[in-house]
Ligand binder design. Structure first.
Ligand SMILES: Cc1cc2nc3c(=O)[nH]c(=O)nc-3n(C[C@H](O)[C@H](O)[C@H](O)COP(=O)(O)OP(=O)(O)OC[C@H]3O[C@@H](n4cnc5c(N)ncnc54)[C@H](O)[C@@H]3O)c2cc1C
Length: 444
């Protein structure tokens, strides 16, 4: 039995979740000769590609631009893979401009220092709104949109997230090592006498047993173990507008612009859709649910959990979020933001936020046989080519040195209102999804 004190090679591994963390782990296990006799199962509540999973979308930014140097290092390794042998047809290196309204947004300067420190010769400091407009090919002159200071990293890019996930899933399936199960996990099986996890019970009452259970259920993870004060689900805003082939030809060559002062960003279009979104504090969705670790069915906890277009197919981004995305587009690209061109689709996608933006990749401190790989905090996707290998290193007690003290289970739970974040978020705070939905008609 694998545990934090005696990591050994488990004879069976069950991964809950086939998102970026879960699928990358399954792939890494298949390739690793030490696990050649290990039976690997991946269970997901949805058919692949999970329609409301965080890892499935038109695009995700791929950048080494981080205020925390360890992520710059790991993202640089991942990016080399994106450029060469990891779904390269889904990766586009057109640059990323990281901007703000002023130098008080410290993430921008820290990130620039880190990318320069790794020897990037493709950064360019942007000293003024005019500089940002020129570098990003913006039309609008409104500094609220563009920001007034920042830099561009021409060696950052973006990936078609769904395309890359499909690419990886096919690779894994071809190896013929992983059993994929489509079912919803209801409960992790905990023997409270020995504090040992032996697998999961599914909503259809059947059980999947394993020596080692890896919880990689993204923003839903908190429904399966108590993550209060450690991880919370926050709903983020995405709006899409169809554009013409001619417009796509122009916009697809331009960099992503991300203004960290309000968190709004526009990423180059993919498959005829332009995406405007917000990397913000997000909406919380507090729910009172049975305590996932308790044997007493009457014991409950209140936690934020995802509520998605799978739960409610008519779900749209609340008006405040749609308006912000629209205002941003008006500020940077007024010719696209005309009344005749509405966003035709919007969705809420759920981050698994941690207190400081660090991932949670760790054995559970109490339950033997349970490992947790989550806490993507709105920036995990770019690591798809490498995060599985890192997760195995952590399983084997070999957490990369620069992530020691970052990815482990925190020593204490900190009330969510005291979380510092990683300094990259902008925009409104303390929004509750149901309240914003109630304020808006929630329609496009
Ligand atoms: C709007 C948005 C924008 C982002 N932008 C970027 C970006 O630009 N760059 C970047 O690097 N990262 C970005 N991220 C972050 C990145 O996408 C995530 O960190 C990453 O995809 C998380 O992967 P995951 O495997 O943890 O979660 P997911 O992909 O959500 O996978 C979790 C899986 O668990 C399954 N599951 C949940 N509960 C159960 C259950 N009870 N039983 C069985 N299965 C279950 C779900 O169906 C799901 O498939 C963004 C995220 C969002 C939401």
């Amino acid at each position: 039995m694998a545990s934090s004190s005696s990591p050994g090679i488990p004879s069976s591994v069950l991964i809950i979740g086939s998102g970026a963390f879960g699928l990358s782990t399954a792939w890494a296990l298949c390739k690793n000769p030490r696990y050649k006799r290990t039976a690997i199962t991946v269970v997901d509540r949805q058919p692949f590609p999970t329609p409301d999973g965080s890892s499935i979308d038109t695009s995700r930014i791929i950048r080494p631009d981080y205020a925390a140097a360890p992520y710059t290092r790991l993202a640089t390794i991942a990016q080399k893979r994106w450029r060469t042998d990891f779904a390269p047809e889904h990766y586009h290196e057109v640059g990323l401009a990281v901007t703000a309204w002023g130098p008080e947004q410290k993430y921008v300067s820290a990130s620039l220092a880190n990318v320069n420190a790794i020897g990037t010769d493709k950064t360019e400091v942007l000293h003024s709104p005019a500089d940002i407009r020129r570098a990003c090919g913006l039309e609008g002159k409104d500094e609220w949109g563009s920001g007034s200071t920042g830099y561009i990293n021409w060696s950052s890019g973006w990936a078609n997230a769904e395309g890359a996930m499909m690419w990886l899933r096919e690779k894994v399936e071809k190896l013929n090592r992983v059993k994929f199960v489509e079912a919803s996990v209801e409960k992790i099986l905990i023997d409270h006498k020995t504090n040992t996890v032996s697998g999961v019970r599914l909503t259809n009452s059947s059980e999947l047993k394993a020596d080692l259970t890896i919880l990689a259920a993204g923003a839903w993870s908190a429904s399966l173990i108590d993550l209060r004060g450690i991880c919370k689900a926050t709903g983020q805003v995405l709006c899409y507008m169809p554009i013409s082939k001619e417009e796509e030809a122009v916009l697809s060559k331009q960099p992503t612009i991300l203004n960290l002062s309000h968190g709004l960003f526009m990423i180059p279009p993919s498959a005829g859709l332009l995406k405007v979104a917000r990397h913000g504090h997000g909406y919380i969705n507090p729910l009172t649910v049975p305590h996932p670790e308790s044997e007493d069915p009457n014991e409950t906890i209140t936690i934020s959990l995802p509520y998605t277009h799978v739960d409610d197919p008519s779900q749209r981004v609340p008006n405040e979020g749609q308006k912000e995305c629209r205002d941003f587009l008006t500020a940077i690209y007024p010719s696209l933001a005309t009344p005749s061109r509405p966003f035709t689709k919007s969705k809420i996608c759920w981050y698994t936020d941690t207190r400081d933006g660090d991932f949670l990749i760790s054995y559970h401190p109490k339950y033997k046989g349970l490992f947790v790989a989550t806490g993507g905090s709105g920036h995990g996707f770019k690591f798809l080519p490498v995060i599985g290998d890192s997760i195995i290193e952590c399983i084997e007690g070999q957490t990369p040195e620069d992530f020691q003290g970052r990815w482990e289970w925190p020593k204490e739970r900190i009330p969510e209102e005291q979380w510092s974040g990683d300094g990259s978020r902008g925009g409104p705070v303390d929004m509750v999804l149901a309240e914003e939905m109630a304020k808006s008609r929630g329609r496009l």
